[in-house]
Design a protein around this ligand. Sequence first.
Ligand SMILES: Cc1cc2nc3c(=O)[nH]c(=O)nc-3n(C[C@H](O)[C@H](O)[C@H](O)COP(=O)(O)OP(=O)(O)OC[C@H]3O[C@@H](n4cnc5c(N)ncnc54)[C@H](O)[C@@H]3O)c2cc1C
Length: 478
Amino acid sequence: MTAADVAIVGGGFTGAVFAIQLARMAERPLDIAIVEPRSRPGRGVAYDTADPDHRLNAPLAIHFVYPDAPDHLPAWYAERGEPARDPGALCPDGNLYIRRSDFGRYVEEQLRAHFAGNASGSTIRHIRSRAVAALRTPGGYRLALDDGQTLDARLAVLAAGYERPQAPPPFDGAVSGHPCFLADPWDTARIGEIPSDARVLVLGMSQTASDAIAVLLRNGHSGRIEAVARHGLRPRRKPASVVGPPPDIVERLIRPVSPFTAAHGRQASVLGILRTLRADVRRAEAGGGNWFETFGDLRDSVWEVWPALPPAEKRRFLRHVRVWYDVHRFQLPPQVEAYIAEAETAGQLSFEAAFCVAAESDGDALSITLRPRGGGECRRKMFDAVVNCTGPGMRPDRSGNPLVRDLVARGYAAPHQVGIGFGVDGACRAIDADGRPDRHLRIVGPLTYGAFADQQGAPFIALRLCKIVPDIVASLRR
Ligand SMILES: Cc1cc2nc3c(=O)[nH]c(=O)nc-3n(C[C@H](O)[C@H](O)[C@H](O)COP(=O)(O)OP(=O)(O)OC[C@H]3O[C@@H](n4cnc5c(N)ncnc54)[C@H](O)[C@@H]3O)c2cc1C
């Protein structure tokens, strides 16, 4: 048995920034343990990649670990001579879209610097293990680790991030074990093993799908690649007229009133918000502006707009609007856009709005039946590889993560009422099955989507953490 003041489960970007900010703000030296099976803490799913075509999907300038020093990362990048090592990072809009591996290295370096010393004299250690269960104790939580150890802490922080994507129907049956079916799109080693002449079907059209396609094309893939999604929506391109440094995201996110609410007041319906947004875009375009900057006002207001929506409106958004919102919210790195445009123009790559209605093993290949969206004839096609890019699961009650399932089963943390992520209060205290906030269990990062809706991008996560850490510091006073 080992013990700590604070046990952070998950050492990706969220867990690392949490540990750094806690060590910076703590009023006394704390013993902070990060439980993370990866050897390189600070990277997580997004940044623990060696692939040179995996790049940040937004300019370097809006990524940070220290909201009070947003120039720290650009200075770090320049001082290490990275622009010369990776000249392809600089894009025509004048911004750097760096490799995710480089950003991961930066976050890991910052974390390790805080292992070595920090403002509060706290100890931060990395326990290379996986937490599989939790028990409430009189003073906090006891975590069971997969190596048989236990870890007692006054405060447990769940920063477990994304679920591995699960095979969607009709791939969730016998076909899920077929060698042609790649369930995990982040397994770039397996994508690299796809023969160059293979007929590839990509399920999904999001950034993850584009990452997989970019890896195939960079590896000299010559076979046809087809991407399908039920909605057929692809990430929107940033207008070419939007050039130069992005607006100061920290300043926009810490305003007492968000840009959208300042302009339009509080809105309680999704339809009302959409109508307002469309009117704003029309006005902007009539005046020579563009949708991107107008949409940015809404994106940077979600922290205020989302919690004010009634639950039924949140569900309406998730059912009908989220896909549309996401394709405007998440751009592709320009380098990946270029790969994709070239292959599309050459006729090697196609995108289609269609449903996969059946999948059967056919020798070394998979026979897939596709039904076009909006009707039309079903057609059967053979594929040598199917890559599942349908996105991570976000329902704690169906999680593949034993700790997440255990927290739900014991009622220590209840899924958010809209069904995505966990319910938490404004200070990220877990709301238990009886509706009570638990000061000994905080949940941070993407698992709080239901509560905040904006906890996916690095800047939004980092700022939320900075907002809640003072409350946590106070709760750890003896
Ligand atoms: C492919 C991809 C690309 C992205 N690109 C960008 C981008 O360019 N810019 C941007 O702002 N955002 C991007 N994002 C969003 C990104 O999610 C956030 O920036 C951030 O990285 C989320 O970090 P996280 O630590 O919460 O989650 P994760 O990265 O998922 O890390 C969670 C960590 O928790 C660990 N863990 C899980 N369960 C346990 C357990 N039971 N015990 C111990 N450890 C556990 C996992 O091993 C993992 O390392 C991207 C996301 C993905 C998936």
